[in-house]
Design a protein around this ligand. Sequence first.
Ligand code: HEM
Length: 521
Amino acid sequence: MVLQFDPKFLTSIAWVGFAGLLVLLYNNLVVKPKRIRSKLSNQGINGPTPTFLLGNIREIMKACQLIITTSKSRSVEVPHLHEIAPLTFPFLNTWKQKYGQMFLFSIGSNQILYVDKPKVVRDIVTCASMDFGKPIYTQRELRPLLGQGIVSSNGTTWATQRKILAPEFYMEKVKGWITIIGESANSLLNQWSSIIEAQNGTADIKVDDYLLRFSGDVISKACFGSNYSKGEEIFSKLLALQDIMSKNVFSSMIPGMRYLPTKNNREAKSLERELKNCILEVVKQREKSCHRNRDFLQMLIEATKNSDLTQDATETFIVDNCKNIYLAGSETTSLSIVWCLMLLASNQEWQDRVRAEALEICNGRIPDSHMLSKMKQLTMVIHEALRLYPPVPVIPKEALEDMELGNIHVSKGVSIWIMCLTSHTDPELWGSDAYKFNPERFANGVSGACKLPHMYMPFGFGVRICLGKDLAMTEIKMMLSLILCNFTFTLSSKYIHSPAIKLLLVPQHGVHLLVKKLSTT
Ligand code: HEM
């Protein structure tokens, strides 16, 4: 029997559907944001007026553009004071002066509550509720990059992923990777030595890419074991995808933007597909081979074997989490080393101090984890660099349900930005030298350095705290101690001090160092 419908009936259905869609859009783009704003305004929290669809994107882009233009002509010198929030987030700085330590602004239709008040930050940092998660906009807007992996997922999906992934990065596991880390670091030393030799004793080296290769190399080997050359291919595709996505981070948040067939969107889609195929190819090879490595990829494969996930869900779980570990673990680590080198190059006294410590402990050997744990002065320098130049300068969260945070009623759907750049340099918490490089403040740990230790959060906070913290600290210490034992370095005249945001806190023009072999006499 063939069902026949009256065309008039079908037209009315289409109109009802269209009207429903309009109501839904009106509700999401106008009614909901207005309700959120008015609820916060009643609690004394205000902010810049948003425009329809764009929110405050125009002001944000204008402020950032101004900074990019002026940075091109900025002088070479590293400032005596490392006050970088006004350079990197000029719009937040302006609004903070106008609306105080808490205000609301919008990116597209996303309502963002900026919080800088120590008492409220403390309540947020200690909130263990599962209703407090990662912003939904990161899942939506950064989907090609992050998929539904651990970095952006929420609820039970996140809890399952964390339970499987976290033990793989405990210190005991990291100790098992120490040879891989040492070998990858050694390969950088050999490359720099050859360049220095070829340039008669002093080389001007832009260090960023070497360090990114180092941290990518470590993850490739730790995650993919013997298939690590495939890991390198995956890493370079991910970097290309990250580059595309970081170009229009704000405009991609305009509602509907990600559906348009723009050049960027098409390229991102195609790279996303290639990445998926690459990772699944390695998985297939593994399943055929009788040789089973005990690496991260194998653990992901085995975790899905005992689950009731469908074939599609299994593939998504493996692919997205491989991508997440590369993204979360490579550039963050390499940037931390780059900022440490910049600070040590411009503070000769500290460079000499940490070199003396590293030489004494290493005594000509590649350090093991016990030797690394004895490097107290180096740990102080790393903490100080992470304080002044945290690679993740803003930690975004979202109220997934209506909730109370530090006496503020926050509606479901409000994103909350905790900016560690500012909490790391608040003179009330760190003293009058808060903007100065002074690793000595960490001589008695974080609690000795800061009046409210929870305000130091380079690795985030709460249940979502970085799970690669131990691996990152081990890599940073290994690389820095070996560089210090083999080379001396100062800032090159090519270096332009220009911290900028490209998803992470990066030196916009890279870090150029003048590097010499350390004389052993
Ligand atoms: C110095 C280097 C690193 C820094 C500064 C850093 C910083 C961060 C920050 C700020 C977060 C967000 C925490 C939050 O939302 O409260 C995070 C999450 C995460 N990091 Fe790291 N990270 C680093 C290295 C690594 C490494 C080496 C790995 C692994 C290979 C890694 C894996 C992750 C993962 C998987 C998450 C998501 C955790 C979750 O949501 O449950 N990170 N990291």
